[in-house]
Design a protein. Structure first.
Lengths: 429, 443
């Protein structure tokens, strides 16, 4: 933060002569000569992006640079929209084995009152590492138990977590059991636990009961509010917290894995007539048509994992995204991590190699994610009027070998230094 | 064991179940044609062929004609590289940690090889042909490790690479002091519980081993005289100290799990004090802080690309480490230490280009020739050179691209993983499953 402030101060000094010529707050950035990959719309082999008031004011091959604009010559670079992580624990988990730094798993099974935003460590060392790899926003989700709590959508820049919040409440998280005991990989534990649990349909029946309870509670509560002669029901934290679900104000994100549970969850969502996003969905390829027909989007879990069921084939996790997308399911990728959340693009690239294709892979870390969380009007692509979340890279943004050169969030150039670079600078000779 | 027929049948059944096809005996001979050949040690051949005959690479170059009866694989548009080598894993074992005591050098993982571990298939699907599979990190002195080829379907003894350097696992830091373990009421905490104790107990054991060797020397000398006294009795044989004596005699090298700079430097001091060889530090997330010390001592490191911050001693593990240390002259390999990461070692190697600025060639070395050197097998594997064993992987794109995919894995000229076959079988099975419905389900 301090370093960013210093850079901003330096920029301010550099920009001083310009500022004199321009009205206050009229600072315009012109990114010129970039190969623009807008994700929505055709690629522009050589074009200009004008950024004003944090938004994209103009974009195209023939955009004139206004006098006084700060020009960033992106010759040889590509411009992409910032990537969005569909599920992470950024800011909630710092060092996973040190309990004092872990805030994503509340105790007990039913915690709809737990809100990720309220625990975000906004100066987490993992956030600038993700940001400097071109990720500009992330869903930060609570985990564990059965009703894990409420996730938020963060932009990966800001002075406090409140300033970073794009959506303070993004989804209510439900966890159904995984297909096998967790093992290996960074995502360990997220796909279920080794201890015996009720199966998916039984848990969904329990959830149905919770939602019914919330509806009944609301009715009594509202009736009592309107008529003081009626008995006032006691404050019910669980029902209060679940009300946004039954009112359709907040989607459920159901962590669901096997074919049988996916079918049960589809039926549940239909019966309850609620908004839902599925997460994980490792056997989605077996139910792709039904998922598409139901219009339920899917946030894929980490592809840094083994196939949960060997019979599905060694590459089932890698093929799954492509099969879902071809069937018409809207998919988005996730890191499902904090410490390697920076790897989001590589999950997408892996799926691209196993049938998804590169174009769809890119959408599934940008515009699809924005659409799934209802923010496509302001982010997820490089289009006029959207927030200027822009990444300049010296190659394909999903490539391991590509260097990210500059990252803008809301039109502001962010600090690409991070814990890695700080420690390297400290110890290198 | 010369007749692998029965294990192969069993393997066949399992492979059928998991959808992987073994391409049985190609007689150890294969010609891979028209690929971009990345030899690792002898440059890149833009359109090249690699011929393996009876398990050994016979020719690397262009326009090689297939000897009669040798299978030819067309690698047009694909990349041909040496089979990847994982310098630190725990796959294909029936047990990993003898953690009931702190000092267990007699607990040899080579005695519990599990050739039926599906991790072998996972490894093959990521182009890995050889692994150093190790005792766990529960103990300051663990046990001997073993180097295996990923010959799925073969009996365990055929997997063992006899040419490899004998190694012994040591471990330092949080795992050894059992930092994450809650001691239950009534239990006592195992010694050591600090880094002080870990260092002390290792020093004690080497001192005991030195003393033990001296006892045997004196006995042998005394027994070698013409008329040894009738009262002469040999020292008590100690299977733990025997293994440490191998280390002190230079017949076995140390592979040391370490994280912090301090514990690492202290172990180096210990090795100097007792005169034994450290081949490699494992994980060593603070290695970049002592890169020059490691380079000067000629000690290699086997590390993750960027899996970090999972515990306190990994909280300063930066993704620049592998690349930075390699540039400072340390012999670096990237390991998986995982039955999952093992199938994306090439992805991890690629990260050292972005973080650390290695070239493609330098990055690829981290998972091929460098681990081969660390395991003492660089004369037989680790690069595509005439005379080396025919361990080869074929990738759909450059192996350091995020978009790549392993399509074929060959060990000593035999195909152990063939994605094209898997896809063919899968599609045939899908077509067959769909067929009765298409016919209206008569019967």
């Amino acid at each position: 933060m301090k370093r960013r402030a210093a850079i901003l101060a330096a920029l301010a000094v550099l920009a001083a002569p310009l500022a004199a010529a321009l009205p206050e707050d009229a600072h315009i950035i012109a990114i010129t000569n970039a190969r623009i990959v807008p994700v929505v719309g055709a690629e522009i082999p050589r074009g200009t992006i004008l950024v004003e008031d944090g938004r994209i004011a103009a974009i195209g091959a023939d955009v004139a640079v206004p006098a006084g604009a700060q020009v960033i010559d992106a010759n040889g670079l590509r411009a992409y929209p910032g990537m969005i992580d569909g599920y992470s624990s950024l800011g909630l988990v710092e060092i996973s084995a040190v309990a004092a730094t872990v805030d994503n798993r509340e105790t007990g099974r039913i915690n709809p009152q737990a809100r990720a935003l309220e625990a975000i460590r906004y100066d987490s060392m993992h956030i600038p590492i993700s940001r400097s790899n071109g990720i500009t926003a992330a869903i930060v989700a609570p985990a564990g138990g059965f009703v894990s709590g409420v996730s938020c959508l963060l932009k990966l820049d800001g002075w406090t977590h409140r300033e970073m919040a794009i959506k303070p409440a993004a989804a209510m998280h439900i966890e159904l059991p995984g297909l096998r005991p967790a093992r290996g990989g960074q995502s360990g534990g997220r796909r279920g636990s080794a201890s015996p649990q009720p199966d998916g349909p039984a848990l969904l029946a329990e959830l149905k009961g919770l939602l019914e309870g919330a509806r009944a509670y609301e009715k009594r509560r509202d009736a009592a509010a309107a008529d003081r002669r009626l008995a006032l029901p006691g404050y019910d934290e669980t029902s209060e917290s679940l009300l946004p679900i039954v009112k359709g104000e907040l989607p459920l994100m159901i962590s669901v894995h096997g074919e049988k549970d996916i079918r049960a969850a589809l039926k549940f969502v239909r019966d309850e007539n609620i908004k839902a996003v599925f997460y994980g969905v490792e056997q989605g390829f077996k139910v792709a048509g039904e998922l598409a027909a139901a219009g339920i989007p899917v946030i894929l879990g980490s592809l840094y994992d083994l196939p949960p069921v060997w019979e599905d084939g060694y590459d089932s996790l890698f093929r799954n995204p492509g099969i879902l997308a071809k069937a018409g399911v809207k998919i988005a990728f996730s890191s499902s991590s904090a410490s390697v959340a920076k790897d989001l693009p590589y999950h997408a690239a892996k799926a691209a190699a196993f049938g998804l294709g590169r174009g769809e892979a890119l959408k599934a870390v940008t515009i699809n994610t924005a659409e799934i969380f209802g923010v496509a009007g302001t982010m997820g692509s490089l289009e006029k009027g959207k927030a200027a979340n822009i990444v300049l890279a010296d190659g394909d943004i999903l490539e391991l070998r590509t260097n990210i050169v500059k990252v803008f969030i809301d039109g502001r150039e962010t600090d690409v230094s991070n814990r890695y670079t700080e420690l390297l600078d400290k110890f290198k000779k | 064991m010369k007749n692998p027929a029965i294990p192969r049948l069993a393997a066949c059944a399992l492979i059928a179940a998991v959808g992987l096809l073994p391409a049985f005996a190609d007689g150890g001979s294969i010609l891979i044609k028209n690929g971009t050949v990345l030899t690792v040690t002898k440059g890149v051949i833009a359109k090249g062929d690699v011929l393996v005959v009876d398990g050994i690479i016979k020719q690397v170059g262009g326009d090689i004609a297939a000897p009669p009866g040798v299978r030819v694989v067309d690698a047009t548009g694909r990349f041909v590289i040496p089979g990847l080598i994982d310098s630190h894993t725990h796959v294909a074992l029936a047990g990993t940690n003898e953690g009931s005591e702190a000092i267990t050098p007699e607990a040899d993982v080579g005695a519990v090889i599990n050739a039926d571990d599906t991790s072998i298939l996972t490894a093959l699907s990521g182009g890995v042909t050889m692994v150093h599979t190790m005792h766990g990190s529960a103990n300051p002195i663990g046990g001997p490790n073993v180097v295996l080829k990923m010959k799925w379907g073969r009996p365990s003894e055929e997997l063992v690479v006899g040419e490899a350097l004998p190694t012994l696992k040591f471990a330092l830091g949080e795992n050894v002091k059992q930092a994450s373990r809650t001691v239950q009421p009534g239990q006592t905490q195992r010694y050591p519980a600090t880094r002080m104790g870990a260092n002390a107990i290792i020093r004690r054991e080497f001192a005991r081993a030195r003393n033990y060797m001296e006892q045997w020397d004196r006995f042998r000398k005394a027994a070698a005289v013409k008329n040894p006294p009738g009262s002469l009795v040999p020292p008590r044989k100690d299977l733990r100290l025997e293994v440490l004596a191998e280390v002190l005699r230079g017949e076995r090298v140390a592979r040391v799990h370490s994280y912090q700079a301090t514990e690492t430097v202290e172990f180096m001091e210990l090795a100097k004090e007792f005169g034994f060889k450290i081949q490699c530090f494992e994980h060593i997330w603070e290695g970049y802080k002592i890169a020059d010390e490691l380079a000067a001592a000629g000690i290699g490191i086997s590390v993750f690309a960027d899996s970090w911050a999972y515990k306190m001693e990994a909280a300063e593990g930066i993704a620049y480490m592998a690349g930075y240390c390699a540039k400072r002259g340390v012999l670096v390999s990237i390991n998986s230490d995982s039955g999952e990461r093992i199938r994306r070692l090439f992805n991890d190697a690629a990260k050292t280009m972005k973080y650390g600025g290695l070239t493609e060639d330098e990055a690829l070395r981290l998972v091929t020739i460098n681990p081969a050197v660390q395991l003492g097998v660089d004369r037989i594997v680790g690069s595509l050179e005439v005379g080396k064993q025919g361990d080869i992987a074929v990738f759909s794109e450059h192996p350091l691209s995020a978009y790549t995919r392993c399509d074929l894995t060959v060990i000593e000229g035999e195909v152990y993983f063939d994605r094209d076959e898997i896809v063919k079988v899968r599609e045939a099975a899908a077509a067959k499953a769909a067929a009765p419905r298409a016919e209206g389900g008569a019967r």
